[in-house]
Design a binder for this molecule. Structure first.
Ligand SMILES: Nc1ncnc2c1ncn2[C@@H]1O[C@H](COP(=O)(O)OP(=O)(O)OP(=O)(O)O)[C@@H](O)[C@H]1O
Length: 290
């Protein structure tokens, strides 16, 4: 996203708090504080560096994402949250100037290894974007699209079942069950985002990456998505980038604080928001900076 798009609460937190968003602190030698590693990693990143041409956007980040946890990634605009998130399902591959170094594993398997099928990878590690982006197709087709290309249904009845289950899990079924043939783009913003979540769920992902999924939504639609995230974590592993510290506190079990491309601190969400160990984390969550 661009650096200064509004958040859920209508303001960019760094700006609203009067922070210097053009911070030039040299963090290159900083070591991550806290617990980047867990006993049951679903994904594990080790010494990940990401470059856009000469720009070093992610610096030597190591972080586990635990099975069935919700991990929030927070930090000032431009600190690399989205870049790191996109490296977890190789979405950065589609940016020609982007290069990713280091190891990223899903269930112990190198996702950047030779022979990895990125289409299959992105089905296993799905993504929900900041702006709801339904296809210009019917609600049914939006959800059925992924299962169709991955051959997950053998007949119409099986596809109907996948579509219904996905829409139910995305907490949208009751609102759309009678208008499945209507365009997905005709739904409200919050409904469209739940449709995009249903679309991600339909291919039975193991991990769902969410890049500021509520920033284009009003507070009521945001609350629905947050409730949904809480339900989804029973079944899926979720990594969410958010500009809203309230949202991170509400939905996640662990929080990772990024600053200028470095993972500065990671730990239990409660600890990060009540007793951060690093000065930079404290300055960010208290609205001060540098
Ligand atoms: N496609 C790109 N080409 C060149 N540089 C990029 C690209 N995408 C991101 N960057 C740069 O990489 C750095 C990290 O950007 P990124 O979008 O990952 O940060 P972010 O923390 O997600 O920011 P925001 O909260 O504003 O979305 C920034 O300096 C940004 O300008």
């Amino acid at each position: 996203m661009t650096a200064l798009e509004p958040t859920t609460y209508g303001a960019v937190p760094e700006e609203a708090a009067g922070l210097d968003i053009h911070d030039h602190t040299d963090v290159s030698d900083y070591k991550t504080i806290g617990s980047p590693f867990v006993d049951n990693p679903k994904m594990s990143a080790r010494n990940v560096n990401v470059y856009y041409a000469d720009k070093h956007a992610i610096m030597d980040v190591s972080l586990d994402i635990g099975e069935n946890e919700v991990i929030a990634m927070i930090g000032p605009s431009g600190c690399g949250k989205s870049t790191f998130l996109r490296s977890l399902n190789r979405m950065n591959d589609i940016i020609p100037i982007c290069r990713v170094d280091g190891d990223i594993k899903l269930d112990g398997e190198d996702i950047y290894g030779t022979g990895q099928d990125t289409v299959l990878l992105r089905a296993r590690v799905g993504m929900v974007f900041q702006k709801p982006n339904p296809f210009p197709k019917s609600i049914y087709e939006n959800v059925a699209y992924g299962p169709k290309i991955h051959g997950l249904a053998h007949n119409k009845a099986e596809m109907d079942e996948i579509v219904e289950q996905s829409l139910r899990r995305a907490s949208l079924w009751d609102e759309v069950k009678d208008v499945l043939d209507k365009p997905g783009t005709g739904l409200s913003g919050g409904q469209q985002q739940r449709l995009c979540i249903a679309r991600a769920i339909a291919v039975s992902p193991e991990v769902i990456l969410m890049d500021e999924p509520c920033s284009a939504l009003d507070p009521i639609a945001t609350a629905r998505i947050e409730e949904l995230i809480d339900e989804l974590k029973e079944r899926f592993t979720i990594a969410i980038v958010t500009h809203s510290m309230q949202q991170a506190a509400r939905v996640s079990q662990r929080t990772a604080y990024f600053h200028l491309g470095k993972l500065i601190e990671v730990g239990e969400t409660k600890q990060i928001f009540t007793m951060p160990s690093h000065e930079l984390t404290e300055n960010y969550i208290t609205g001060r900076f540098g």
